[in-house]
Design a protein around this ligand. Structure first.
Ligand SMILES: NC(=O)c1ccc[n+]([C@@H]2O[C@H](COP(=O)([O-])OP(=O)(O)OC[C@H]3O[C@@H](n4cnc5c(N)ncnc54)[C@H](O)[C@@H]3O)[C@@H](O)[C@H]2O)c1
Length: 452
C-alpha cells in the first residue's frame, strides 16, 4: 500500500531530473541569468498583479486573483489587441473598482507588451494563446516575478523545454508558480486520487480519458477584417497549431493530466494513435484536426485510451475512468465501484469549492507567506503528454516520449513584429491561393520530417 501520496512538488525532485535533464534544452540561456533580488510579500503588503492576455480566461483569472485575501491591486495589462484589453479592463473595473489601478501608462499592446507589464507587478497572470507561454514565463522568471499561467504551457517540445528550464530557475529564486490545471485544487479529484494511490482499487491496470464535445468558438475574424496573415491567425488562434497546439493540447490536456496524476506523476513512455478532420473541414478552421484517438503507454505497461473530438451531435463526455485489480473508478465523478457495480465510495461533494478560486487562493497565500508552490514542472510534463498525442495522430506512427520530447522543431516564428498597429511575421503554416492550409497527413514521410 502506498502511504505517501505524490504531490506536484515531488515531480520536480524526481521525474524532471530523470526526463528533462537528458536534453540540453533551448532554455540553457535562462539558467545563466543572474539571481534577482527576491521579494516575498508580507501578509499585510499590497500585492500587485499584471494581466497578460486579456481574453475570457485572463479576465476570469484576474478576477480570481483580485478576490484572494489581503490587499491587492491590478496594476498593468497587456494584449495583442487594444479592444480586447479595454473590454477586459472595463469589466474588471466595474467588478473591483479601486483594486484596479491601471492608467493609460500601464496598458500595453504589441509583441513586447508582456515585458513592460511584467516589470510593473509582483505576480503575473499569463493567459495568451499557449504558443507564447514559454517565452512569457521565461521572461517573468528572469524578472523575478511570481506567476499564474494557464495550461497548456507550450505548443511544441521546444516550448516545453524552455518551461522546464525556467521552472528550475523559478525554484532557485523561490518564485511561486501556479498552472491552470485546476482539477488539482478540486476536493473530489484530490480525495479520489488519494484513495487510488492508497490502493483502494488495487493496482491500476487501465485508464480512459475523454474530451468529446461540440467544439469551441468559431473563427472571430474573416480575412477582409484583418491587415495581415499573422493578425488573421492571432485572432483565430485556436485553429493554428503553433498557437494552440490543437484541441488535444488545448482542452484534452486536463484529462491526460488527471491520468498522469493517478499514475503518481508518471508520464507516458510512448503513444500511437489516429485522427483527422472529418466534419470541421472548412478552410476557416485553419489546420487542426477535429478528432484524435491515442493509446498512451506507461512504463509499467498500462495504457491510457484517450479520445478527444470536436464534432457536434456525437457522444459527449469530458471525463476520466480507471480500472484496478479490485474495481473501477469514475475519477471526475469521484466514485469507486467493485466489479459487480457495488458502490464502494463516493465523494460527498461537501468540501468542493470553485477550483478556479482555490488555485488562486493557494498561489497568493504562498506568495504572501513564502510557502513552497511550483506547479510548472507537472504543467510542462502534462503539456508534453498532449503534444506527444498530437504528434502520434498527425504522423500515424508510434512515437516514444524521448523522440517527441527531443524534437528540434520550433514553431514560434522569429520575425513577429507589431508596427503602427499591424502584426507582421511569417507563421509556420501559410494558406494557398484559395486560403486553405496544409493539413497533416498520417503515414507521410514528409510530414514526419516536418513534425518531429
Ligand atoms: N483552465 C481552464 O479551464 C481554462 C479555461 C479557458 C481557457 N484556458 C486557457 O487560457 C488561455 C487563453 O484562453 P482564452 O479562452 O482566454 O482565449 P482568448 O482568446 O479569450 O484570450 C487570449 C487573449 O490573448 C491575447 N493575445 C494573443 N497573443 C498575445 C500576445 N502575444 N501577447 C499578449 N496578448 C496576446 C488575445 O488577443 C486574447 O485577448 C488558453 O491557454 C486556454 O487553454 C483555460
Amino acid at each position: 500500500m502506498n502511504t505517501h501520496t505524490p504531490t506536484q512538488s515531488d515531480v520536480t525532485r524526481r521525474d524532471f531530473l530523470k526526463t528533462a535533464c537528458k536534453t540540453a534544452a533551448a532554455g540553457a540561456a535562462i539558467s545563466q541569468l543572474p539571481v534577482e533580488r527576491l521579494v516575498h510579500a508580507a501578509p499585510s503588503d499590497t500585492v500587485t498583479v499584471a494581466l497578460i492576455g486579456c481574453g475570457g480566461r485572463g479576465s476570469g483569472a484576474a478576477s480570481q486573483a483580485l478576490s484572494t485575501e489581503g490587499p491587492i491591486r491590478l496594476v498593468a495589462v497587456a494584449d495583442a489587441f487594444k479592444d480586447r484589453l479595454e473590454s477586459s479592463l472595463n469589466g474588471l473595473k466595474r467588478q473591483f473598482d479601486k483594486k484596479v489601478e491601471v492608467g493609460e501608462e500601464q496598458k500595453f499592446v504589441g509583441m513586447n507588451a508582456y515585458k513592460e507589464a511584467i516589470k510593473l507587478a509582483d505576480v503575473v497572470i499569463l493567459t495568451t494563446p499557449p504558443g507564447f507561454r514559454p517565452y512569457h514565463f521565461a521572461e517573468a522568471v528572469k524578472q523575478g516575478k511570481h506567476v499564474f499561467m494557464e495550461k497548456p504551457v507550450a505548443a511544441d517540445a521546444h516550448g516545453v523545454r524552455i518551461v522546464l528550464e525556467a521552472a528550475q530557475e523559478a525554484k532557485r529564486k523561490g518564485l511561486k508558480v501556479g498552472v491552470g490545471l485546476q482539477r488539482h485544487h478540486q476536493a473530489g479529484y484530490i480525495e479520489t486520487i488519494n484513495r487510488l494511490q492508497d490502493g483502494e482499487l488495487g493496482d491500476i491496470t487501465s485508464m480512459r480519458s475523454y474530451w468529446n464535445g461540440g467544439g469551441v468558438w468559431d473563427p472571430r475574424r474573416t480575412r477582409d477584417q484583418v491587415k495581415s496573415e499573422l493578425e488573421y491567425q492571432l485572432q483565430n488562434w485556436y485553429y493554428y497549431v503553433w498557437l494552440s497546439g490543437d484541441h488535444i493540447c488545448e482542452q484534452h490536456i486536463h484529462n491526460l493530466d488527471v491520468i498522469n496524476w493517478v499514475k503518481g506523476f508518471k508520464y507516458p513512455v510512448a503513444a500511437q494513435g489516429m485522427g483527422g478532420r472529418q466534419v470541421r473541414v472548412d478552410k476557416k478552421y485553419g489546420e487542426i484536426f477535429d478528432h484524435h484517438f491515442v493509446e498512451f503507454e506507461y512504463a509499467d505497461g498500462s495504457r491510457n485510451y484517450s479520445q478527444c473530438r470536436h464534432i457536434p451531435g456525437c457522444f459527449s463526455s469530458v471525463s476520466e475512468y480507471v480500472t484496478g485489480t479490485k474495481g473501477h473508478a469514475n475519477v471526475g465523478g469521484h466514485t469507486l465501484v467493485d466489479f459487480k457495480g457495488k458502490l464502494l465510495w463516493r465523494h460527498d461533494g461537501k468540501a468542493n469549492k470553485d477550483p478556479y478560486q482555490v488555485e488562486h487562493d493557494r498561489l497568493f497565500d504562498a506568495v504572501r507567506n513564502n510557502k513552497p508552490h511550483n506547479e510548472a514542472v507537472n504543467g510542462a510534463m502534462s503539456t508534453m503528454t498532449s503534444i506527444l498525442g498530437r504528434l502520434a495522430t498527425y504522423t500515424g506512427r508510434r512515437l516514444t516520449w524521448d523522440q517527441a520530447f527531443n524534437s528540434k522543431i520550433v514553431m514560434m516564428p522569429d520575425d513577429i513584429d507589431y508596427v503602427n498597429g499591424t502584426w507582421t511575421g511569417t507563421p509556420p503554416s501559410k494558406p494557398n491561393a484559395n486560403g486553405e492550409y496544409p493539413i497533416a497527413v498520417p503515414g507521410s514521410e514528409e510530414w514526419m520530417k516536418r513534425l518531429v
